[in-house]
Design a protein around this ligand. Structure first.
Ligand code: HEC
Length: 316
């Protein structure tokens, strides 16, 4: 099992993030968080390189987790990568990529299905690259391997069996049947359509919508909580800045704000109930951590994670 890498700090200081913060008090980030910068910087190079679990999907096509720091970008560059494609909702770190002479294309995809135009765009990028291409989502397990498998299938560069094998090697969860289904149903793309894609015109960075912004914040806090749990809910020495109770409180707040966030799938009948349940469980976790009750915290954490998964299933 590859270690889960802590979520990178977003780069909230840009003008766009500030505009979002004004528009969306619920899920926008409170303040450009200076302490966050240290969260990813302290562990050893291998842990922070963001390059655990990189797979070679085809010659010159690598797939894995988001590059979290300079070491990761440098390692990609050293492996011949010239273009990075993110299918994650989090906008890429363009400035850092630029300092390593790496170009980005940003093609966010959901966990439920890969839109055909995304597959076509990715196929075009993989078809005539300037060097090796690195495709990443957040953890490198679900969306990026699926997108790459679909695009390479579309180009006829791998067989259906190899495409499924790639998802298995990456550990793509069967809890996301839409990703598997997209790969299985992928047909050969018309080469003329692939060539017609204006690859230079593809977006370099797409700002997340309000609802996705909520999920990104919940996910960052959830990654911190995993580290905290491994350290029995006491901030681990390598991450003295972790504040697990605050992270739990953060998730509770995000979940309360969820139904009001633009783009929330309110048409899903269980949505409000599950959001409320997640908020309640996050609050229970916060209280257990504050009370120093590790076992109760474990139980609340299990329940909370089950609620995340239940809602992702319900909203597929
Ligand atoms: C009440 C429903 C609900 C709950 C509870 C919930 N989520 Fe989500 N989440 C969603 C929906 C809907 C999406 C969008 C699914 C898609 O991409 O198709 C989503 C997407 C995500 C994404 C992907 C964002 C992106 O596009 O990159 C992450 C990460 C995530 N959730 C993390 C979490 C975590 C961690 C928890 C629990 C602490 C959680 N979610 C709880 C509904 C929920």
């Amino acid at each position: 099992m590859p270690l889960r890498v802590p979520a990178p700090p977003l780069h909230p200081a840009g003008p766009f993030a500030i505009a979002l913060a004004l528009l969306l008090p619920a899920c926008a980030r409170p303040e450009p968080a200076a302490p966050d910068a240290s969260r990813t910087g302290s562990a050893d190079a291998h842990d922070t390189a963001g390059l655990r679990g990189v797979l070679v999907a085809a010659p010159g096509v690598l797939v894995g987790p988001h590059p979290a720091d300079d070491a990761a970008f440098a390692a990609l560059r050293a492996r011949g990568v010239r273009l990075i494609v993110s299918v994650d909702a989090v906008p890429p770190d363009l400035a850092r990529a630029h300092t390593h002479s790496l170009r980005y294309a940003h093609l966010p995809i959901s966990y439920s299905v890969i839109a055909p135009e995304r597959t076509l765009a990715l196929a075009a990028l993989l078809d005539a690259p300037p060097g090796a291409v690195y495709v990443h989502c957040h953890h490198g397990r679900h969306r990026a391997p699926a997108a790459v498998a679909a695009a390479l299938r579309g180009l006829g560069r791998i067989s259906a069996g190899q495409a499924e094998a790639l998802l298995s090697r990456a550990g793509t969860s069967t809890a996301y049947p839409g990703l598997w289904q997209t790969v299985r149903a992928q047909e050969l793309l018309d080469p003329a359509r692939v060539r017609a894609v204006d690859t230079q015109g593809l977006p370099r960075s797409v700002p997340p919508g309000a609802f996705t912004q909520c999920m990104i914040r919940a996910d960052e806090a959830a990654a911190n909580l995993e580290l905290a749990r491994a350290a029995r809910w006491v901030p681990p020495p390598a991450h003295p800045d972790l504040a697990p109770a605050a992270d739990a409180a953060q998730i509770a707040e995000v979940m309360r704000a969820l139904p009001g966030a633009q783009g929330a799938p309110l048409e899903v009948p269980e949505f409000r109930t599950l959001a409320a349940l997640a908020a309640e469980r996050a609050r229970r976790l916060e209280l257990a951590i504050l009370a120093g009750q590790a076992q109760a915290a474990d139980a609340a954490h299990d329940d909370l994670e089950a609620t995340c998964a239940a809602c992702h299933q319900a909203t597929q």
